[in-house]
Design a protein around this ligand. Sequence first.
Ligand SMILES: C[S@@+](CC[C@H](N)C(=O)[O-])C[C@H]1O[C@@H](n2cnc3c(N)ncnc32)[C@H](O)[C@@H]1O
Length: 280
Amino acid sequence: MTGVGVRVLYRFVLIIEIEKSTNKERVVYMAKVYFIGAGPGDPELLTIKGKRIIDSSGVIIYAGSLVNAAVLEGCKEDAKIYNSASMNLDEVLEVTVNAINEGKDVARVHTGDPSIYGAIREQIDPLEEQSIECEVIPGVSSFTASAAAMKKEFTLPNVSQTVICTRMEGRTPVPEEEALEKLASHKASMAIFLSVGMIDKVIEKLTVHYPVTTPVAIVQRATWPDQKILIGTLENIAQKVASENITKQAQILVGDFLGDEYELSKLYDKSFTHMFREGK
Ligand SMILES: C[S@@+](CC[C@H](N)C(=O)[O-])C[C@H]1O[C@@H](n2cnc3c(N)ncnc32)[C@H](O)[C@@H]1O
């Protein structure tokens, strides 16, 4: 026979199961903070796990500047919802810790995938220091969503086998070793975040190594109903960006993977033998 109880340990609310014969207690539930990747915009790109947690959490804090509020549809009627766009780190942490103290799960909803420019580490560390359990649920990043919108593959055989995700230095510094012109020397496929507002500078740095004929795509608000795509080369893309007045919420994709020359993969080559198939 087991019973159910509630115990306050330190300051956390725990749901416990009590084995009647032995009187032993087992923690079956403790509130937790979930960092959830909401995906690039289209609410159907939220993971099933992310949706389940959003729908069952007592408190939701979402990055309203980029997260599509439609991902919150289906949440509990009495869930408290906060838009972190107007909050600072201390305020976010305060709301989070208060929720955990009340025994409520927190869905902290970030745009794209939380591991890329998500500012999650600065939240997880102080929470874990207070013994608050955290979990990260990945999401579809805007850089892969942008490649999908273009129906392109970053890693084309004999074109590039490397994707560089980066940004231009702005108010946030970039380590010197990762300066855009240094990364450009690899001539790999690139996805440049947070930089379309500085497109002239981006082009100046990229053309130190990439030929000016290198293809470029600007994908603004990938997967949203108002998604916009501009296609050009390093020579003419800045002009197109200016005439379309694109200053934010865009990916800059760069590299010959956007072109039409490539080799077929070994994986599906009929003469190629691998673990699951004998070559003919
Ligand atoms: C703070 S970063 C967050 C990135 C996010 N964690 C991700 O994985 O996509 C914001 C930048 O991501 C890019 N971004 C976010 N959503 C986008 C979208 N739907 N389409 C194109 N770029 C997007 C833009 O470069 C924007 O400036």
